[in-house]
Design a protein around this ligand. Structure first.
Ligand code: UT7
Length: 352
């Protein structure tokens, strides 16, 4: 039976872009460092009061329109985020009601930056089992809530107030993390492909909680009573702790391996893959992975310069760009690859 394919896509990023130079107003960093070490030139941040479900609804509406269907034809929602509107419930149900399709089952998944290969496997299984026929998969993130500064007006350039040294030092302590993340949403509408040998060919997934320490948010967890307290915010426990170098190493060793294994299992040579659609965490990660695989740069598209790392949203945003500008054509073979907090990582092969 053919697997799922992408019949619609959409993306949304909030507000005006925030440049690297703007970040330097609130912490010690500079444009050259951020560009050289990550490839990022700008990102967007969700305004106060705007959550992942709000970003998702905009992207989802566009995806549904691009699929040429009505919202009522969606019979399942899969929502991936690591920055939900509430600690619970997850935003999937909120998205359904905002789209005017209350009652449609919504599954919230928590695979962070690695969400899309996991979402594809779940969607494919739901469709193969007959439980659903048209699935909306959304990745949406509002990271602004964990950024290590309060001077949003200085960042935006609407105030020239002097930032207290302590506030600047605090933001600088978290700069490795603060410069890479950005907010946005990407949405895909998935249906079974009509042609045998097309659609999702296979997925290979891995999880290892031993790596959870490499990037996680300690505050707010339910091991503590109460699970949130002012001392946690005072100790910056609402801000993720990230061991950037170690995560980098994990990504550049695990991703080439999972891609090779998945392709070998499906008798796909790497040069038969038209596009390697990789999670956008850092251009240097994707360059290193690509070099290990011996794949030319033209087949590993990047858009991190404009959005930063939008976690669960990077892959659907990139897919939407590739579809909109005509690079991704029906019949092409796409290899998705991603690694994120958990650790979770994996790859998916899809002939779209
Ligand atoms: O998708 C979610 C998972 N996250 C990731 O995959 C992140 C993976 N890791 C990375 O992308 C990189 O490790 C980072 C971009 C986070 C950091 O880059 P790096 O090349 O690993 O830098 P580093 O942390 O080793 O720091 C090198 C130097 C340090 O200075 P010294 O000690 O050599 O003097 C840092 O203090 O760069 C300094 N530095 C900065 N300088 C200016 C770190 N961050 C910044 C900054 N601006 N934003």
């Amino acid at each position: 039976m053919p697997g799922i394919t992408i019949i619609g896509s959409g993306r949304h990023v909030p507000g005006e872009p925030v440049t690297n130079e703007a970040l330097a107003r609130v912490m010690d960093t500079d444009d050259a460092w951020i560009r050289q070490r990550t490839g990022i030139q700008q990102r967007h941040f969700a305004p106060e009061g705007v959550g992942a479900s709000d970003l998702a609804v905009e992207a989802a509406r566009k995806a549904i329109a691009s699929a040429g269907i009505e919202p009522g034809e969606i019979d399942y929602i899969i929502f991936a985020t690591m920055t939900p509107d509430y600690a619970f419930p997850g935003p999937g149900g909120l998205l359904g009601s905002k789209l005017g399709i209350p009652g449609v089952p919504a599954l919230d998944i928590r695979q962070q930056c690695a969400a899309m290969p996991f979402a594809f496997q779940v969607a494919d299984g739901l469709i193969a089992s007959g439980a659903a026929s048209t699935i909306l998969v959304v990745g949406a993130e509002a990271h602004a809530g964990f950024m290590p500064w309060e001077d949003w007006d200085v960042l935006a350039g609407t105030s020239e107030a002097e930032i207290p040294a302590a506030a600047r030092d605090r933001a600088t302590r978290h700069r490795g993390l603060a410069v890479i993340f950005g907010d946005g949403a990407g949405a895909l509408v998935l249906r079974k492909h009509e042609t045998p040998g097309h659609g999702l060919l296979g997925v290979q997934l891995h999880s290892d909680g031993a790596g959870a320490r490499l990037i996680h948010i300690d505050g707010g967890g339910f091991r503590r009573r109460p699970h949130w307290a002012p001392w946690m915010v005072e100790q910056d426990m609402h801000i993720p702790r990230m061991e950037g170098r170690e995560l980098f190493k994990q990504a550049v060793t695990r991703l080439p391996r999972v891609v090779r294994e998945l392709c070998a299992r499906h008798d796909v040579a790497l040069d038969q893959v038209d596009w390697f659609v990789a999670h956008q965490a850092n251009d240097r990660i994707n360059d290193a992975v690509r070099q290990q695989l011996g794949v030319p740069a033209e087949r590993v598209p990047s858009n991190i310069a404009r959005y930063g790392n939008t976690s669960g949203a990077t892959i659907p945003i990139l897919v939407d760009e590739l579809r909109q500008d005509g690079r991704l054509q029906p019949g092409q073979l796409v290899c998705f690859l991603a690694l994120g907090a958990g650790l979770h990582w994996g790859s998916a092969l899809m002939r779209v």
